[in-house]
Design a protein around this ligand. Structure first.
Ligand code: ADP
Ligand code: MG
Length: 388
């Protein structure tokens, strides 16, 4: 997205819709996770990158005590007053901005009445976290009204709280963190427990190509809860031997070798995925640091196999998408990304091969499944910022 151009367009929309000039414009990106899947709630490592798809938001204070938001994507309004703001979700897109507003008010911030306009190009519900991008963009706008600034990690925690406790979606910290703290041309190795992070440079000639399988298997929600329960079961077995193991993040492959036989096989396999994927995320960041793309590609391949065979959370469509990618020239690495059971794959591809890659994978996938996939060509981008 050309955020400057979109912000300009949105300022005009804002003027038409509210009859006021916006006093500020803010943007926050979507994201893709390159490696480290389901490691977040185990306190482990993930390595996402912010992408050049974003949500932009313009805002102006009002004389009255109304909170008015307008989504240009939906051409819809929602409004409350300072006294009528609901305390929880109404199952609407406006839960996201109002959830953030609610959390900031809980933090004691005085936020005057405002008019807000929102326009984004992060595809909704495709697994690229349009939700974190709308939360963080609106958070920056609301903070500006309260004349406050917060460090990125603190902003991320508040946006996560809005999503968890207001919208009612139980997500880790990754999406909001990268939406706040992403850096152009870099992925970020994030320690999901300490929230320490470190940049991992992506060479400028490498494109991030995201292929959407367009499937989300209906059992995904139930399986997600099963996986979390299995992970807890594995953690309990290991910490009965080594009490310092509070989360799987604290366990090593050697711990599993020693005590894994005390677990049902499925539990052992889930734990093995998480423990090794967290290590792979760290190794991948080190590989990027030394510019070792061959090693990065190998780690992504292993991560996909681990997610498919040990975590058993891939699906035949995502496996096919990765197989097709593996046959293309210019591929550095490919794997399924996101929660699993459908969704997207992420592919690192040399830019001179990117167009041919996107065409060949899309064509092969459509031939074999009858489904036309969405393919997004992205670059690692900066996190949330004021525009203009
Ligand atoms: P994802 O985060 O993978 O895109 P989610 O279901 O978590 O999927 O979040 C998508 C929801 O976020 C949308 O259905 C909508 O409610 C809200 N949203 C995101 N961007 C916008 C926008 N520009 N305008 C209005 N609502 C938006
Ligand atoms: Mg989301």
């Amino acid at each position: 997205m050309d955020t400057e151009a979109v912000a300009k367009e949105l300022r005009e929309t804002h003027r038409k819709v509210f009859g006021q000039d916006a006093t500020g414009a803010f943007s926050a990106p979507g994201r893709v996770n390159l490696i480290g899947e389901h490691t977040d709630y185990a306190g482990g490592f993930v390595m996402p990158a912010a992408i050049d798809f974003a949500t932009v938001c313009t805002v102006s204070p009002r004389e009255d005590d109304r909170y008015e938001v307008y989504s240009a994507n939906f051409d819809e309004h929602a409004a409350f007053t300072r006294d009528t703001l609901p305390a929880k979700s109404r199952q609407s897109w406006s839960d996201y901005p109002f959830g953030v507003l609610h959390v900031l008010r809980e933090e004691g911030m005085e936020i005057p009445g405002f008019s807000m306009s929102i326009l984004g190009d992060v595809p909704l519900g495709a697994g690229l976290s349009s939700s974190a991008s709308i939360e963080v963009a609106t958070e920056l706008a609301l903070l500006s009204l309260a004349a406050k600034t917060l460090p990125g990690p603190e902003m991320a925690l508040l946006a996560q709280r809005a999503e968890n406790s207001y919208v009612g979606v139980n997500t880790g910290i990754m999406d909001q963190f990268i939406a706040c703290c992403g850096k152009r041309d870099n992925a970020l190795l994030l320690d999901c427990r300490s929230l320490e992070s470190k940049l991992a440079p992506i060479p400028p000639n490498i494109d991030l190509i995201i292929c959407n399988t367009m499937v989300k298997h209906a059992h995904a929600g139930g399986e997600y809860n099963t996986r979390r329960a299995e992970v807890e079961q594995a953690t309990a077995v290991l910490s009965s031997h080594r009490p310092e193991i509070k989360l799987l993040r604290d366990a090593t492959p050697e711990d599993l070798e020693q005590w894994g036989h005390e677990m049902p096989l499925n539990v052992l396999k889930r734990a093995r995925h998480i423990i090794t994927d967290s290590l792979r995320a760290q190794a991948a960041a080190a590989a990027l640091d030394r510019g070792d793309l061959r090693e990065l590609g190998k780690l992504m391949g292993e991560a996909h196999a681990s997610f498919r065979d040990d975590f058993e959370a891939s699906c035949k469509e995502a496996d096919l998408m990765v197989e097709l990618a593996n046959k293309q020239p210019g591929l550095v690495g490919a794997r399924i990304t996101g929660g699993g059971f459908g969704g997207c794959t992420v592919n690192l591809v040399e830019d001179q091969h990117a167009e041919a890659f996107a065409g060949a994978v899309a064509q092969g996938y459509e031939q074999q499944t009858g489904i036309k996939p969405d393919v997004f060509r992205c670059h690692a981008s900066d996190g949330a910022q004021r525009v203009g």
